[in-house]
Design a protein around this ligand. Structure first.
Ligand code: 2P0
Length: 349
């Protein structure tokens, strides 16, 4: 039929984020509620991002999704929860010139197609799952604010909720049963501390062996260190980290970020059976940075590692970043068989 011919498309870029105070452990698996607050820095979407196009048409028979050109199943609870929550909030859409008119109630029966591309290797463990959501919100004319959208993104993947804002972002764990207060807030915007330069050293592009979801479940079940961390350590660190970010106190920032990364990996070792995310190259990078910071008398670079061996290095300014890159190339010369590639990120100006 004639009226079935239209397609409405929306494309958007979603950045990825790197935690400097880590999220590790859930108190509710279905709603994805964390056992502690976390803080991350959102990377510049011009460098590392996911580009997503979403489409709606009466011709579509079912919801479908493609990731880097390959169709993936939307059957999981996480996708279904996100889709349901976003559909509920859809509003009227009218594009007169294209003859598109969608009433709020039509969204219940309309299907969407979602296609996402990462401009970085997915296997490097930097994927962002917030991608589709911001896009769907636009497509469906959802009027919710960023905070409410972050609470929906959270139900797709915990850390993804922090990608809804630029700059430094805090995911507040909240204390409600339904998770309505477990959402992201911006600590400072992307212009606040733009001296920082972030380098990602891809130590291995192999897929990680233990997924974050099952890893953190095992840590919650078996690690006493995690209990102590979540209850006693992180609440204090969150306050100190927010202060360090607001006052651009790099030594305090670096000390907290490195300590928190190391404690997260200590929790992984404290898990039964133990989880190993870092490898020898990761450990060498830590030693190189620690020695340099000590020799300089004040930290030049902070390091942090997520659920994989890749190093995220945060230099205090462009000068420190260029010295860091020199050092990395000295210790890991290209072509000498070192399993390491560097992606230089940051302001290109
Ligand atoms: C973080 N990570 O704060 C921590 C640090 C990895 C190490 O959040 O089960 O993919 O989807 O909530 O968000 C990775 O966990 O796990 C993660 P789910 P997610 O960035």
């Amino acid at each position: 039929a004639e009226e079935k011919k239209w397609v409405r498309l929306v494309t958007a870029k979603t950045p990825t984020n790197i935690a400097v105070i880590k999220y590790w452990g859930k108190r509710d698996e279905a709603l994805i509620l964390a056992i502690n607050d976390s803080i991350s820095v959102t990377l510049d979407p011009n460098h590392l991002c996911t580009t997503t196009t979403v489409a709606v048409s009466p011709a579509f028979q079912q919801d479908r999704m493609w990731l880097n050109g390959k169709e993936i199943s939307l059957a999981g609870d996480r996708y279904q929860n996100c889709l349901r929550e976003i559909r509920k909030r859809a509003c009227d859409v009218e594009e007169e010139d294209k003859g598109i008119k969608i009433a709020k109630k039509d969204w219940e029966s309309l299907h969407v197609h979602i296609a996402s591309y990462n401009n970085f290797p997915t296997a490097a463990g930097l994927a962002s799952s917030a991608a589709g959501l911001a896009c769907l919100a636009k497509l469906m004319n959802v009027k919710e604010d960023q905070g409410q959208l972050s609470a929906i993104a959270r139900q797709g993947s915990g850390s993804a909720c922090r990608s809804l804002y630029g700059g430094f972002v805090k995911w507040i764990m909240g204390n409600s049963e339904d998770g309505s207060d477990s959402l992201a807030v911006q600590v400072t915007d992307e212009k606040h501390w733009d001296d920082l330069v972030i380098l990602i050293a891809v130590v291995s592009s192999r897929q990680k062996e233990t997924s974050s979801t099952s890893g953190m479940r095992e840590s919650v079940e078996t690690s006493l260190l995690l209990k102590h961390r979540a209850q006693e350590i992180v609440p204090k660190r969150i306050i100190q980290m927010e202060e360090a970010i607001k006052t651009k106190d790099f030594p305090a920032f670096a000390r907290l970020a490195c300590a928190d990364s190391n404690q997260f990996h200590a929790v992984c070792l404290d898990t039964t059976p133990p989880i190993f995310y870092m490898n020898d190259t990761s450990h060498r990078i830590i030693s190189i940075v620690e020695k340099w910071n000590l020799a300089e008398g004040t930290p030049q670079v902070a390091y942090t590692f997520d659920a994989g061996p890749n190093a995220v290095l945060i230099a205090r300014d462009r000068k420190a970043a260029s010295l860091l890159l020199q050092r990395m190339l000295f210790y890991f010369p290209p072509g000498a068989g070192a399993d390491l590639n560097s992606y230089v990120l940051g302001d290109e100006s």
